[in-house]
Design a protein around this ligand. Structure first.
Ligand code: NAP
Ligand code: ZN
Length: 347
């Protein structure tokens, strides 16, 4: 067992504080990674604060991990010591059910093992990337290019794949009109991918101060969601809306912005249910779908796409001991556009 330094919460109402714990020894198929950077996802806040009803404490959050391989098990084929590597939201799955066989490990019939806030196959709590090192089966370890700035790569492991995957699934292509709702960690990656896929992109935001940034990120248009006249003018205009909002809001208002056969893709996970009326759906045969991160093969495809197209997350690099303030700022929509922890600050 190796002692690892991390930051954890002990209960939903506590702040994150230093926490030492043990990682497993490297098994034949395992890769041990010294964590260099870990992104801060809004899902970390939801789970730390027990908002989804699935929290296991103590909890060491973090599922946007990049680092350097420090040891490999003797059956490991694809990684050697010194390689860059990434770990996203999942570290195991049954690998035999139909979903796993299709590369959709996130939908594993027996439940994927999350990088944190999960129990592994031995019944041990998994601890995430707000820590100095991690040990992961190589099947769930991603190859990371050395062409991109590493801090900007970390958020690709969740914010990146969560937005890339549904845009690919619905087949966004040149000329499609795509709206992205909510300009945070997921939202800014959604803009970059939708633009890269050739769409005409509109940013729908509740923050007037983000207009300039949205356009810099590549969005063609910006609309303030509180501006009733603008919202009315956008009725029935989009093929897709990628909804990344983390807090309670009215889905119906945004459904009305979709064209005939338009689709709203839900990736944001507000803690409480939201009523959906039948009318905005039936009037133009609109639909709502959801999407959860992405499988391992698609995550690798996304990382390779980003390396090829020079796509990274816009980040504010922080020290580990800034994490509680970072959460407060995210709750005020004050993040441009992803906090990333420099784990050198914890060593
Ligand atoms: P984030 O960086 O905090 O961004 C959320 C954005 O939502 C904010 O920047 C803000 O954008 C908007 N927003 C926040 N509060 C709002 C409110 N009261 N009304 C309207 N808009 C509001 O969060 P994130 O890390 O991108 O995560 C977003 C959501 O996706 C979270 O619920 C997270 O748990 C979920 N998530 C889902 C998956 C998945 O697999 N489906 C994966 C990762 C994360 P504006 O300032 O532009 O309005
Ligand atoms: Zn996440």
């Amino acid at each position: 067992m190796s002692i690892t330094k991390g930051y954890a919460v002990q209960e939903a109402t506590s702040p994150l504080v230093p926490f030492n714990f043990e990682r497993r020894e490297v098994r034949p198929h395992d890769v041990q990674i010294e964590i260099l950077y870990c992104g801060v996802c809004h899902s970390d806040i939801h789970q730390v604060r027990g908002e989804w009803g699935n929290s296991i404490y103590p909890m060491v959050p973090g599922h946007e991990i990049v680092g350097r391989v420090t040891a490999v098990g003797h059956h490991v084929k694809n990684f050697t010591v010194g390689d860059l590597a990434g770990v996203g939201c999942l570290v195991d799955s049954c690998q035999t059910c139909p979903s796993c066989q299709q590369g959709l490990e996130q939908f594993c019939d027996t439940g994927m093992v999350g990088t944190y806030n999960s129990l592994d196959k031995e019944g041990q709590i998994t601890y995430g990337g707000y820590s100095t090192q991690i040990v992961v089966d190589e099947k769930f370890t991603l190859k990371v290019s050395d062409k991109l700035p590493l801090a900007g790569v970390a958020p690709l492991l969740c914010a990146g794949i969560t937005t890339y995957s549904p845009l690919r699934y619905v087949g966004v292509k040149k000329g499609d009109k795509v709206a992205v709702l909510g300009l945070g960690g997921l939202g800014h990656m959604a803009v970059k991918f939708a633009v890269a896929f050739g769409a005409e992109v509109t940013m729908l935001s509740s923050s007037p101060s983000k207009k300039e940034d949205a356009l810099k990120l590549g969005a063609h248009h910006f609309a303030l969601t509180s501006d009733e006249a603008t919202m009315n003018s956008l009725a029935s205009s989009f093929d897709y809306i990628l909804n990344t909002v983390s807090a309670q809001h009215d889905y119906n208002t945004y459904l009305n912005l979709l064209r005939v056969n338009g689709t709203m893709i839900i990736v944001g996970v507000p803690p409480a249910p939201t009523p959906v009326h039948a009318f905005p759906l039936i009037m133009k045969r609109r639909s709502i779908i959801g999407s959860l991160i992405g499988g391992i093969a698609e995550t690798q495809e996304m990382l390779d796409f980003c390396a090829e197209h020079n796509i990274v997350s816009e980040v504010e690099v922080i020290n580990m001991d800034y994490i509680n303030e970072a959460y407060e700022r995210m709750l005020k929509s004050d993040v441009r556009y992803r906090f990333v922890i420099d784990l050198a600050s914890l060593k």
